[in-house]
Design a binder for this molecule. Structure first.
Ligand code: ATP
Ligand code: MG
Length: 348
């Protein structure tokens, strides 16, 4: 086979190996060299395929083609550099030498996406089923034992109200999440003032009973902190961050809100406004930090659920900030409270 063919194979993103009928590798394109050799100096040419890909199914495919089949496929799992699932195809060539072409296609992202979808459906079903089970149980009791007990009826109606509210919030959050995901690539166009948004969120929260005794200390660095953004979505960001600070920190503890300007921030290449919310709660252990923005991830799901949480709040926050070309930074240590910072590029 000519050098021209080899150079064409080298521009492909997918790894390709050409083998002789004794399974020695005649040519490995750049992608294959990159994938299968930890040391790029040691070439694959001349080595036996069996030694390079120690995988019985892969060998079976190559042997099937050498025995006369036109094409044979299997999935192989590789652990280099991380765990990957590759679709391996061995295809018969019309030449004597090389006799077989082996291609590898990384299917990991597809499989991960499928897994995420099914996890998501399982989570949603589970979250909807528990309030539904409570509601059905209560309806049964109201029709039976509690039929003539007005006191019990009042108590059950209260529980029904709160369970129905929980389902309503979950559905609201799901709709919000899918809308935010849909719009993620569309950049907002309005110029909005973060100071006004954060102040409105504080005022709104103060009116609610659960935060009546909380002290909110708001220190914006400037009178106006302008960003290009969607006011409703940014309100949603600060509403969830502030609600979390109230829900998960000790009663009566102070909550400090700041908006500071930063010349730059890691992974963001413009000047940003850093809007932070610090509480004096128990804090979050390091192992939970990277997972907090996953859908339905709750540290103590019993506690969060009891407070009406669905575990979607921070997932929504992350998507909204990403639409605004910003990001969320979470800092905490157990016993030291939590600081959640929304970094948003400043309007120029
Ligand atoms: N300030 C905080 N202090 C301690 N833990 C927090 C704090 N903020 C968030 N968490 C933890 O992160 C989890 C995820 O937060 P998130 O806002 O996504 O969900 P939620 O508040 O449980 O529900 P939702 O926001 O959908 O009503 C919470 O369940 C809680 O365990
Ligand atoms: Mg929340």
């Amino acid at each position: 086979m000519t050098e021209q063919v080899f150079s064409v194979l080298n521009v492909l993103d997918e790894p390709v190996l050409l083998l002789n009928s004794d399974r020695t590798i005649v040519h490995a394109n750049h992608a294959a060299q990159k994938l299968l050799t930890s040391n790029s100096l040691a070439g694959l040419e001349g080595q036996s395929f069996v030694r390079v890909l120690r995988h019985p199914e892969a060998l079976r495919c190559v042997d099937a083609v050498l025995a006369g089949e036109k094409r044979s496929q299997t999935d192989v799992h590789l652990d280099i550099p991380h765990r990957m699932t590759m679709r391996l195809s061995a295809v018969a060539l019309e030449t004597e030498a090389p006799a077989v072409a082996v291609t590898l296609k990384d299917e990991t992202p597809l499989l991960q996406a499928a897994q995420m979808r099914s996890d998501f459906v399982a989570n949603v079903s589970h979250e909807l089923r528990s309030p539904l089970t409570t509601l059905s149980g209560i309806i049964e009791t109201l029709q039976g034992n509690a039929k003539d007990d007005p006191k019990a009826q009042q108590r059950f109606l209260k529980i029904m109200e709160s369970e129905a509210g929980r389902m309503d919030r979950l559905i609201g959050d799901l709709i919000s999440l899918s809308r935010v995901e849909e719009e993620e690539r569309v950049r907002p166009t309005e110029t909005v003032d973060l100071v006004r948004i954060v102040q409105a969120v504080i005022d709104n929260l103060k009116d609610r009973t659960e935060s009546a005794d909380r002290v909110f200390d708001f220190q914006p660095e400037a009178k106006e902190c302008l960003v290009v953004g969607d006011p409703d979505q940014l309100t949603q960001v600060f509403q969830n961050l502030l609600e979390n600070a109230v829900k998960y920190s000790k009663l009566g503890g102070k909550i400090v809100l700041k908006i500071e300007s930063k010349k730059s921030a890691p992974r963001l290449n413009s000047a940003v406004w850093a809007a932070s919310i610090r509480d004096e709660g128990e804090g979050i252990a390091a192992e939970h930090l990277p997972r907090l923005t996953e859908r339905f991830y709750r540290i103590d799901s019993g506690r969060s659920r009891a407070m009406g949480g669905t575990g979607l709040g921070l997932a929504i926050v992350k998507h909204i900030l990403s639409r605004h070309r910003g990001r969320l930074h979470i800092a905490s240590a157990p016993g030291e409270g939590v600081t959640m910072t929304a970094l948003i590029p400043a309007a120029v």
